[in-house]
Design a protein around this ligand. Structure first.
Ligand SMILES: Cc1cc2nc3c(=O)[nH]c(=O)nc-3n(C[C@H](O)[C@H](O)[C@H](O)COP(=O)(O)O)c2cc1C
Length: 371
């Protein structure tokens, strides 16, 4: 037998032992009940089918009604949502899986239609260019948001803390802060969306202050070693994020400062688009950021079995999060273990509101040949 693939080796994240290094990346699937934004029984089945992942990170779950930006996404602030999520965590734990919930606030990637006509919140009143929002009435252009007052900021910190309390009640093993992909915290990190002149804008300490205040608030609920953080340092020209020369240094500042926290993991994304012509961004995120971070590093974005094994072998990451491959291959770790063929995902059912393309991807049924 050949030597074990790095992806299939177990790993201990502080006090949590994962049976492999294949993580299910957080993915919005738009199947929540639209009445109370609660997960339903098909959520439990969907996540249970994927419980052989070393760790599941749920789809983004909004921390308050103010945090929402998409129709049919689940929340984690109300009792009905806790009830729905509880079924999910129980189903995953029944299979000896582990599951963290991703805590999400979209900031300006929203629309007044979600907020009884009020404007979405953001660091500054700057409209994200070229962004469309998926509202109850279909896609609409994003609008100029409201600059958050200090009260808005303090309230949002409380909202994250409340969401963490609800997540604990629902039985999650931990939480991931969604500080990535152009949403609220990312909007604070980048100059083009943060023009504040108070202590929440300007230098690195200020641009990241709100994020660290949230981290300090949620760690009163979950211990630091059950908190993960997601960052996407080289995102550019997507979701209204326009990076500049200061962006990578700001992310370096964040990553170094995260060493002061005894986190479960840091979750980084490789660039989502071609940035080869943008000289101030970084094309190999894991390689670049690994030396800055002392804890466990999870990497995501476009990996397959071979490149996932390779990046762990090279020492640039400890775990690999897979997104689309997990949609269409619920038993992804087994497929990797047996070199089984992979099923291609169907993009048309990523965000549709039924079981099709959600819980009907079967596990591999052919003959398995262990590698
Ligand atoms: C359908 C879909 C929904 C997604 N929703 C989220 C989300 O809720 N939170 C998040 O952080 N990333 C989200 N992402 C990004 C994925 O976590 C991941 O970064 C991306 O798919 C790239 O990884 P992959 O190449 O393995 O698919 C989503 C991606 C897809 C395809």
């Amino acid at each position: 037998m050949e030597k074990e693939q790095p992806l299939l080796q177990s790993i201990t994240l502080q006090d949590l032992k994962l049976s492999n290094r294949i993580v299910m990346a957080p993915m919005t699937r738009s199947r929540a009940n639209n009445k109370d934004n609660a997960p339903t029984d098909i959520h439990a089945e969907y996540y249970q089918q994927r419980a052989s992942a070393g760790l599941i990170i749920t789809e983004g779950a909004q921390v308050s009604p103010r945090a929402v930006g998409y129709i049919y996404t689940p929340g984690i602030y109300a009792e009905a949502q806790v009830t729905g999520w509880k079924k999910v965590t129980e189903a995953v734990h029944q299979e000896n899986g582990h599951i963290f919930i991703q805590l999400w606030h979209v900031g300006r990637i929203s629309h007044p239609d979600f907020h009884k006509g009020e404007l979405p919140l953001a660091p500054s009143a700057i409209k994200p260019e070229g962004v469309q929002v998926y509202t109850p009435d279909g896609f609409k252009d994003a609008i100029t948001p409201k600059e958050m007052t200090k009260e808005d900021i303090y309230q949002t910190i409380e909202d994250f803390k409340n969401a963490a309390i609800k997540a604990k009640k629902a039985g999650f093993d931990g939480i991931e802060i969604h500080s990535s992909n152009g949403y609220l915290f990312h909007q604070f990190f980048v100059n083009s969306s943060n023009q504040r002149t108070d202590e929440y804008g300007g230098n690195d300490e200020n641009k990241t202050r709100f994020f660290f205040e949230v981290l300090d608030a949620v760690k009163e609920v979950f211990p630091e070693n059950r908190i993960g953080v997601r960052l996407n340092p080289s995102m550019h020209n997507i979701q209204g994020i326009i990076a500049d020369e200061e962006t990578i240094p700001t992310f370096e500042y964040i990553v170094k400062k995260l060493n002061n926290y005894n986190l479960s993991y840091l979750h980084l994304s490789e660039p989502f688009s071609d940035i080869s012509d943008v000289d101030f961004l970084v094309t190999h995120i894991a390689q670049h950021f690994r030396p800055f971070y002392e804890g466990s590093l999870m990497i995501n974005g476009g990996f397959d079995q071979e490149t996932g094994n390779k990046i762990i072998e090279e020492g640039y990451a400890d775990m690999v999060a897979y997104g689309k491959l997990f949609i269409s291959n619920p038993d992804l770790p087994q497929r990797f273990a047996f070199n089984a063929p992979l099923t291609q995902w169907n993009q048309d059912t990523f965000y549709t509101q039924n079981t099709k393309g959600y819980i009907d991807y079967p596990p591999f049924e052919g003959e398995l040949n262990e590698v």
